[in-house]
Design a protein around this ligand. Structure first.
Ligand code: ACO
Length: 446
């Protein structure tokens, strides 16, 4: 919905208002075209009528990286990147992070409204009832190499659920879709905990359905290890994690959510679609950035080494990881909240000294012409890794934590897409610049 006026609703339906026309003159032919404007946009297919020659295909819009192309309509998340605004279903992210639990926000994203007390209790019971992964998951995890990256394992485990639950293929049935959503959200924290335990050669303890979503996750993850928190620390860390999951829960048509929509547009089931979204998240330019931030901070090492590092960044030799965003050209509102969560976490953990280095990097960057000119600010990943590390998570688990929160958003977009009357298989066009027809020269003559 970026930069697009909120649609006017009449009786819950989008009003078909005449917003005027965009008039285009093709200087090659002198022809004039009038394209209808709706929601401050024109339909790309309208460009097809613009032709120099009646036999040619027609005009395309060219948009590598989809910087200015709306691929769908959505009622889930609103972002105003210039003003640093993020809202889920109309609710400001700051209020949700302050007042709600993660499962409450997942309910909101999926259903469009905040739950009543009894609805939330029933929803939590339902999710807890699905917290035991399918029995085959343990065997599947045992098949991976001990040093396998948890994100690679998570992607594979989620894809494998598609084979355990063939009913998920009934994507036209609303109740079956809902069952997969609850199954996946319920099982995901336990699968993520097992992925970590597998990489440390640990057993797979049963989840405890009496605990909250986030506390159950950290208890299952660290049961019997030196990271297992005491009662007070467990409460503080679970609440911090809950808030981090809320901040990561959705971000409209980002790379992973677009991957989810793209894959599910072929009617693939939700498990392989979520696996594709998680695969997209794995990359260091997306969810893998917080892992990269920690690597960068370790490499810089000390405040005195920052100027030399910044010179490399400004020379285009490397990037300041955790900075910049395709959409935010202002301070990412999530980064501000993450920064405040750090202080709460440090009250029950050791203070992570990397926070001082990160704060100094931020201070220098925000005063530097290079970053000011390009409108580069800290994004959600700049401080999150520092918190996760203080909590006791290993670096390779950071993107897994991101995936736990974002799964609620992926599934909400999937549900919205399955109900969309304009749903079609995603099939972008290309501009072919390769060779013209070329004859095959026999092998001996090449
Ligand atoms: N450090 C230094 N320079 C940067 C950075 C950065 N982190 N990000 C962008 N720039 C510069 C680019 O070099 C470019 O400069 P130029 O105009 O002189 O060529 C300009 O800013 C515009 O950058 P683009 O790459 O065109 O911006 P784009 O929207 O394509 O990329 C992205 C956005 C991928 C997030 C980018 O800012 C980046 O790589 N950041 C670091 C990785 C990161 O933190 N990713 C997490 C994003 S948040 C998330 O996924 C949850």
């Amino acid at each position: 919905m970026l930069g697009i006026r909120t649609p006017v609703l009449v009786g819950g339906e989008e009003a078909d208002l005449d917003e005027g026309k965009l008039t285009i003159t093709d200087s090659r032919t002198g022809e004039k075209y009038s394209l209808p404007i709706k929601n401050s946009s024109v339909r790309a297919i309208e460009l097809r009528q613009i032709r120099e020659d009646p036999d040619e295909f027609g005009m395309l819009s060219y948009d590598p990286g989809y910087t200015n192309t709306a691929s769908c309509t959505s009622r889930i998340t609103f972002i105003d990147g210039d003003r640093g605004i993020l809202r889920y279903r109309g609710f400001p992210i700051e209020d949700l992070a302050q007042s709600c639990t993660f499962t409450e926000v997942a309910f909101l994203l999926l259903n469009g409204n905040l739950p009543l007390q009894n609805e939330l209790e029933a929803w939590n019971r339902e999710l807890a009832g699905h917290s035991h992964p399918h029995e085959k998951v343990r065997q599947l995890l045992d098949g991976f190499l001990p040093d396998a990256h948890p994100m690679g394992v998570l992607v594979s485990a989620v894809a494998a659920l598609s084979t355990y639950y063939p009913d998920a293929k009934q994507i036209g049935c609303a109740s079956t879709r809902r069952l997969q959503q609850v199954r996946l959200l319920g099982q995901l924290p336990t699968i993520a905990a097992y992925v970590y335990r597998k990489s440390r050669g640990r057993s797979y303890p049963d989840p405890d359905p009496e605990l909250s979503y986030s506390e159950n996750f950290i208890r299952t993850l660290w049961s019997g290890t030196r990271h297992e928190p005491g009662p007070r620390a467990a409460t503080v860390l679970a609440r911090a994690l809950d808030r981090l999951f809320i901040l990561h829960a959705d971000h409209e048509q980002n790379c992973s959510t677009s991957a989810m929509r793209q894959v599910s547009s072929s009617n693939a089931d939700p498990y392989v679609s979520v696996a594709s979204a998680a695969a997209a998240l794995y990359g260091p330019l997306h969810g893998g950035a917080n892992e990269a931030v920690l690597g960068m901070l370790d490499e810089i090492g000390s405040i005195s080494a920052i100027p030399a590092f910044m010179r490399q960044v400004k020379a285009g030799e490397r990037r300041l990881m955790g900075f910049g965003h395709r959409v935010y050209k202002n301070y990412d509102p999530r980064a501000r909240i993450v920064r405040s969560i750090a202080d709460e976490v440090f009250e029950v953990t050791e203070r992570n000294p990397r926070i001082d280095l990160a704060m100094e990097l931020e201070r220098i960057a925000l005063e530097d012409e290079y970053f000011i000119k390009r409108r580069l600010y800290p994004n959600v990943d700049f401080y999150s890794g520092i918190i996760y590390q203080a909590m006791g998570f290993s670096r390779d688990m950071f993107t897994v934590l991101f995936a736990l929160g974002r799964a609620a958003g992926w599934l909400s977009h999937w549900e919205e897409f399955m109900r969309d009357s304009e749903k079609r298989i995603a099939r972008p066009r290309q501009i072919y610049l390769g060779p013209d027809r070329t004859d095959v020269v026999p092998m001996g003559d090449r």
